[in-house]
Design a protein around this ligand. Sequence first.
Ligand SMILES: C[S@@+](CC[C@H](N)C(=O)[O-])C[C@H]1O[C@@H](n2cnc3c(N)ncnc32)[C@H](O)[C@@H]1O
Length: 196
Amino acid sequence: MVNKKIRFHIFDDCVYAYEYTLAHYELLSFIDKKDISSGLFDGYTDVNSNNKDIQLFIKKLAYFDSLKFNGSLHHTHQYFLSKVNGAIATNSGKGYMTHWIYPYKGKFHPQMIRALINIMGIKEGQKLLDPMTGSGTVNVEASLMGIDSVGVDCLPIAVLITKVKTGLLKKIFQGNSLIPFRTSLQPILRIALIIL
Ligand SMILES: C[S@@+](CC[C@H](N)C(=O)[O-])C[C@H]1O[C@@H](n2cnc3c(N)ncnc32)[C@H](O)[C@@H]1O
């Protein structure tokens, strides 16, 4: 029997050590260490495929843009979010979906949050609390992942920004699956922000 491999490719714009570390740990949250057969040094990780759930990887991974399995290339949801619906958010002040709405100083990188949610093992149906929610990066990312969340902040402006960013997603998509979007939604989101 041929031992098939899944080859995970990390986003080319991941350049910092912490991004590689988070990428490594988010993989480990889904995969046994013993199944990882090569590291991330050249931007790839090879994994023994024994009954691994390809759809789960596609849906959840934050730092990988694609995976190759059985001769086919599959893009992750994060690929469509970042590359189609907004600039990759790690190193830029932009961001996909409603992340771009306010340039809040000290806000987290959305991909970092997605990876941490994976690492913590939070799943759909569970509730997440950010007690210092700032501009709501955690709440936006949680709703993109189908996870309920609560945000608290001592600054009313932070609460307002978070409500706008999460409320806009809710109003437009009304419970429909938010990902993946293969065409850019930024024009719709920008017009909706003005109208609603
Ligand atoms: C670094 S920002 C948080 C970034 C945010 N979690 C994100 O997802 O992008 C820190 C926030 O904590 C809030 N904060 C600081 N002390 C607080 C407190 N004692 N209670 C509630 N919020 C607090 C600040 O107003 C600020 O908005």
